[in-house]
Design a protein around this ligand. Structure first.
Ligand SMILES: Nc1ncnc2c1ncn2[C@@H]1O[C@H](COP(=O)(O)OP(=O)(O)OP(=O)(O)O)[C@@H](O)[C@H]1O
Ligand SMILES: [Mg+2]
Length: 333
């Protein structure tokens, strides 16, 4: 039986933990009481854990770990750990596997999405180049069209690969705190130059409000430039769809943080998509984003850059009114 000295430690564990003496539950910590009910101490384990598969492993008292789903809640995945303390006593712990399974699903989805995104332009390239190779008497105008489609699809593949490499570089460095002293004003000016180039002939005005005398942030200059490029390119690409639009970039000191925001007055992002737009390859309108050269990685990259800088990224959007992305970076002390 768990001695009084150990009980407070078992009680504090997040994992549902039980101590059995034979079939009787001698101790159940708070997490176990929450899962199986408050009155289970002193009762028979078969009444508390009404899960035939789990009981099949618990009753013989064989030590080991088994993966089991559905204890307490339908479909919830656990590892049931059984340890023998002495002849009479068993220690049972339930380790929640939901997070590990979600991470694994994300990895599998990511590989599937990346393969799909690369396969689509590749299929076009193969189709068009086969026609060019097999049909000697194609009209020159058609040759030119096929050639230029092959080029633009290959460029698209290159963009996806560069973005993926960029994402994995940022992820690989996420535990290394950035050490440059970056002027947000300079990053904003550089990003505006790039944005004016992207905007091209679009009727898009860009307003800049950078507070004077902002302290330099501890950061990675090229990543912060990439962050702002991504936010501005979205504001212009999606915000300027309906002709004239106004984009605003602002930076100010805000309660121990540098607050950086990019606002547009475009169509906005529907509420149900808002939570997901920072996921890799997630696009509200995949066809439209693809048409304008988007890979669906821009906001995922932005989020990872902000996380590496120990900052926060929030997206607020109202349909028909526009979108505001707010980044907060810790200000130097
Ligand atoms: N300012 C915005 N206004 C409306 N929709 C937006 C805005 N910013 C992002 N979105 C939506 O979020 C999606 C994800 O944006 P993200 O920047 O990650 O990818 P992308 O712009 O499609 O491609 P990339 O940035 O990699 O070229 C976009 O496809 C678009 O649907
Ligand atoms: Mg983008």
């Amino acid at each position: 039986m768990a001695s009084a000295g150990i009980q407070p430690f078992l009680e504090a564990l997040d994992e549902p933990t039980l101590v059995l003496e034979g079939r009787v539950i001698r101790f159940a910590n708070a997490a176990a009481r929450k899962l199986f009910g408050v009155g289970i101490e002193g009762g028979d384990v078969r009444l508390a854990i009404r899960h035939p598969e789990a009981l099949e492993h618990i009753l013989p008292g064989e030590p080991g770990d088994v993966d089991i789903t559905g204890i307490g809640q339908f479909g919830r995945p656990w590892t049931l750990s059984i340890r023998r303390i002495d002849e009479q006593t068993l220690l049972l712990r339930l380790i929640d596997r939901s997070a590990a399974i979600a991470a694994e699903k994300m990895r599998v989805d990511f590989v599937a999405n990346a393969s799909h995104e690369l396969r689509t332009p590749l299929a076009t390239i193969i189709g068009y180049s086969e026609t060019l190779a097999d049909e000697a008497d194609l009209e020159p105008a058609i040759r030119l069209t096929f050639g230029s489609t092959i080029r633009s699809e290959a460029q698209r593949m290159l963009r996806i690969i560069e973005d993926l490499m960029s994402l994995s570089r940022i992820e690989a460095g996420r535990f290394v705190a950035p050490s440059g002293h970056v002027s947000i004003g300079e990053v904003v000016s550089q990003a505006i130059e790039n944005a004016v180039r992207i905007a091209g002939s679009a009727q898009c005005s860009i307003q800049v409000d950078v507070e004077e005398g902002l302290p330099r942030v501890l950061g990675d200059q090229s990543q912060l430039a990439q962050l702002l490029d991504n936010l501005l390119s979205n504001a212009i690409r999606y915000g300027c769809q309906s002709g004239g639009c106004a984009v605003r970039v602002a930076a100010s000191a805000d309660d121990g943080f540098i607050r950086l925001s990019v606002t547009d007055n475009g169509p906005g992002i529907p509420r149900e998509h808002l939570r997901r737009v920072t996921e890799r390859f997630y696009r509200v309108d995949a066809a439209r984003s693809r048409e304008s050269g988007g890979t669906g990685l821009g906001l995922a990259i932005a989020k990872h850059i902000v996380e590496r800088h120990r900052g926060t990224l929030d997206i607020r959007s109202t349909l028909g009114e526009g979108t505001e992305v707010v980044v907060r970076l810790p200000a130097p002390r």
